[in-house]
Design a protein around this ligand. Structure first.
Ligand code: COA
Length: 258
């Protein structure tokens, strides 16, 4: 059985981390499976939204695999960090929305995986944390960079330096996740959100992701220029004519991504 399952239905791809006996911990085989899955999904024109979740009711991903990490030395640890970072960078750079449906522990690399996704929704039992300093290391798959960008430096340093877990309700309050639902409702909530997003203009979604993901790394005046350039490009699209025409004609838009 593969450690990374991919199911596609109704333009939604469900990527499930599937190593439940180790709480879906990210060993190199899982990382490679994730990378291959996202490389395929990026190219698949039939897929409009990706949802990432974990097998079981206990864990999304309980971190990088500690048994693999323990044997690293200085050179190989750096390479390992770069390997994990590259996989998560691929996810963050996806030109279609990626939703993390966090169904339990999202610790270490699991928290970093969720941070690389564009939207995070969580079940009430979910727990987030970056426990690395309790293991004598620091987060190495992007946590020290993405967490402060998402929740601010002070809250991020609290989580990173204390290594304490954050419950779903607190994660919602601090903006680490945008929705919290009962575990039994998580999949349906993710699906509903994915379907809502799929009803929007595909070119607009792609541009919105680029404007936010790339613009956040720019000084604001450059980000505003970038936003205006993308806004201008969309004005040449059939999708804009369709979206505005449908509004004025009081009907549902039928976008073609053109
Ligand atoms: N790497 C490797 N194995 C892991 C793992 C990880 N990050 N997280 C859990 N596992 C394994 C456990 O070793 C155990 O394996 P075993 O049954 O062969 O002994 C199995 O998954 C179940 O975990 P267990 O610790 O028994 O479950 P629990 O309910 O008592 O505790 C956690 C759950 C999440 C609190 C605990 O597993 C934990 O702290 N995991 C490590 C979290 C972490 O530090 N992640 C960051 C890594 S950089």
């Amino acid at each position: 059985m593969s450690f990374v399952l991919v199911e596609k239905a109704d333009r939604i791809a469900w990527v499930t981390l599937n190593r439940p006996e180790k709480l879906n911990a990210l060993n190199n085989e899982v990382l490679k499976g994730l990378d291959l899955a996202f490389a395929d999904l990026e190219q698949d024109a039939e897929v409009g939204v990706v949802v990432v979740t974990g097998t079981g009711e206990k864990a999304f991903v309980a971190g990088a695999d500690i048994s693999e990490l323990k044997s690293l030395d200085t050179a190989s640890a750096r390479v390992q960090a770069l390997r994990g970072q590259a996989v998560f960078q691929r996810i963050e750079s996806m030109p279609k929305p990626v939703i993390a449906a966090v169904n339990g522990f999202a610790l270490g690399g699991g928290c970093e995986l969720a941070l690389a996704c564009h939207i995070r929704i969580a079940s009430e039992n979910a727990k987030f944390g970056l426990p690395e300093v309790s293991l004598g290391i620091i987060p190495g798959y992007g946590g020290t960079q993405r967490l402060p960008r998402l929740v601010g430096k002070g809250v991020a340093l609290d989580m990173i330096l204390s290594a304490e877990m954050t419950a779903a309700a607190d994660a919602l309050r601090m903006g680490l996740v945008s929705r919290v639902v009962a575990l039994a409702d998580l999949k349906a909530t993710a699906e509903k959100l994915a379907k809502t997003i799929l009803s929007r203009g595909p070119l607009a979604l792609r541009s919105a992701l680029a404007a936010v993901n790339e613009g956040i790394e720019m000084p604001q005046d450059q980000g505003l220029q970038y936003e205006a350039a993308l806004f201008g490009l969309l004005a040449a699209s059939q999708d804009m004519q369709e979206g505005m025409g449908a509004f004025l004609e009081k009907r549902q838009a039928q976008f073609k991504g053109l």
